[in-house]
Write a protein that binds this ligand. Sequence first.
Ligand SMILES: *Cc1c(COP(=O)(O)O)cnc(C)c1O
Length: 402
Amino acid sequence: MRYQKGTDRNVTSKWARQTQMVRAGTMRSDFGEMAESLFLTSGFAYATAESAEARFDGREEGFTYSRQTNPTVAMFEERMALLEGTEVGRATGTGMAAMTAALLCQLKAGDHVIGARAAFGSCRWLLDTLLPRYGIATTVVDGTDINAWAAAVRSETKVLFLETPANPTLEMVDIAAVAAVAKKAGARLVVDNVFATPVLQRPVDLGADIVCYSTTKHIDGQGRCLGGIVLCDKAFDEEFLYPYYRHTGCAMAPFNAWVMLKGLETMELRVNAMVDNTEYVAAALAKLLATTRHPSLPNFPQKELAARQMTRGGTMIAFELAGGRDQAFKFLNALEIIDISNNLGDSRSIATHPWSTTHKALAEESRLELGITPGLIRLSVGLEDKDDLVRDLTAALKAAGV
Ligand SMILES: *Cc1c(COP(=O)(O)O)cnc(C)c1O
């Protein structure tokens, strides 16, 4: 690894984002390969015993074991950290491994966490079930109500945790306002930025301390590999994240990191093309269904906030069918192009019924409180032809009696 072209932050931080996504973090071996190398190796050999000792002491730069770092994974981490504007990234095996690491690495029994109630189902499980099991108190608040965040703060509050736009209702939380509450409380703000993607929203610029992704979504973007990443500053990494990461073994596999690197090269192009499609599909759906929700629509309740913290409204649409589960299932079963699945951010459009799948683990009243009704459909818009998508949706709505 003597020839490195994309790793000097003094140079790469001056590049435009699209250049960073294609080139930043690249390390080349002496062969001068153009594409990033896939280092499918669990460990690394040392020239001498002294060198092994020095690497373990941190006196010598280099790799030791892929549970800690691996060249392919390190390239992905560096590229993501640069995109996000943080010093450090730690890539994990899944998005949930990233969320869990970001929370557990810094918490201990007796601490308190405040979380937004509208969240990915498994993130809610961390708050509602896992953390309390270890003596970490949690309070779930209406994330849109800034006074509720402030009112929930206690002297033991260490972390505020939110997702925006939230899955699946697209409810938005004011990141800067919650960051101010966190700062005042001496707590850290952790943001799950999956729905927005690094292209459309930069939580660190709004005051977030730690940003997490499921890279399974738009970063891979082609439905191939699971992955996650936690992005933070160096001090947090050294004190909390890296010790947790290396000793609990939540690392991303080198192969998956290689796929993610390839995904990043086209992410901005894909996300922008997907948002173009999403805006077109949302406008068409809105003519048929008043319940259609997307930040680009005139009736979106948090339009001002969306414009303030996101560059565009994202690739997800939600809408509700008055006929509940039966009508939702009829609609889903009538789709010819769009798949019934639970992933999102894929180049293939995907329709999901959160009530019966992704959010089923939540109690019925919690789902209803979040606006997840039996008739709610979540649509992840992909890269197919936009008129084909509208035709498919229109026909399926008609088949379902809309
Ligand atoms: C998918 C997702 C996760 C979890 O990611 P996995 O890669 O599936 O583990 C967390 N948060 C949000 C908002 C997600 O969409």
